[in-house]
Design a protein around this ligand. Structure first.
Ligand SMILES: *Cc1c(COP(=O)(O)O)cnc(C)c1O
Length: 221
């Protein structure tokens, strides 16, 4: 487990160096969905502090207790967020990577004001314009990002994407980097176990890696 962590860290560093980037500018988000708190804690003991979960309820079952023992643990929501879970998401997560529609933006804004807590937000872009996938279409991204910041007053720091499984990810990474740049956003969350080195080459500041760290997930994932 910590060997897998060391290997992923080394690969990120090598990819960063090859692209003349500072490895410290790339944050590894360890995606722990479907894995128990004991597996998360193994990585915590090895020094990993940033984790990603795609379901609010699953994260609620695992992380509050870990967070009390590791106060510098940073938890990212990386999966689709239902509006009626916005309250729980604001309460638990430090970063919400999946802001993808006006109704959710407005609900998050309300909850942040109510709770006096402002988790950093990423706008999720559906770079492949896939029907079944969450995210705002690339053509609507600039207007939506502006609305999130100006109208909803959300602390938007970056953009996130999940490229189509059967396409060359580099094209999607390049598109996402361009959207970030033209909107003045510094953070770019892209790249998973199969393609995080490519993502680093294209400017990822956050790579979301699950199976390369934890091993394969069950079929339900
Ligand atoms: C599960 C998941 C990942 C990690 O996928 P792996 O291929 O296991 O690295 C990354 N991002 C999102 C949004 C996910 O749901």
């Amino acid at each position: 487990m910590s060997a897998a962590l060391a290997e992923v860290q080394a690969r990120i560093a090598a990819a960063a160096h090859a692209a003349s980037r500072d490895p410290a500018a790339v944050t590894l988000v360890a995606v722990s969905k479907t894995h128990g708190a004991d597996r998360v804690e193994e990585l915590l003991r090895a020094g990993q502090r940033v984790f990603g979960e795609n379901r609010v309820q699953e994260a609620q079952a695992k992380f509050p207790e870990l967070k009390t023992r590791y106060p510098d643990l940073e938890l990212h929501l990386i999966g689709p967020l239902q509006t009626n879970k916005a309250r729980d998401a604001v309460a638990l997560f430090d970063v919400i990577e999946s802001v993808d529609r006006p109704k959710l933006a407005s609900e998050l804004s309300r909850e942040m004001a109510k709770q006096g807590k402002r988790p950093a937000c990423f706008v999720q872009i559906n770079t492949g314009e896939e029907e079944q996938k969450a995210g705002i279409a690339p053509g609507e991204a600039d207007a939506f990002i502006r609305a999130c910041i100006e109208e909803h007053k959300l602390p938007v720091v970056g953009v996130m994407c999940i490229p189509p499984a059967d396409e060359e990810p580099a094209l999607h990474f390049a598109l996402l980097a361009k959207i970030a740049q033209r909107n003045g956003l510094k953070q770019i969350s892209m790249g998973m176990s199969a393609d995080y080195e490519t993502a680093v080459r294209f400017g990822a500041t956050h790579v979301r890696v699950g199976s390369a760290l934890f091993g394969a997930r069950g079929v339900a994932a």
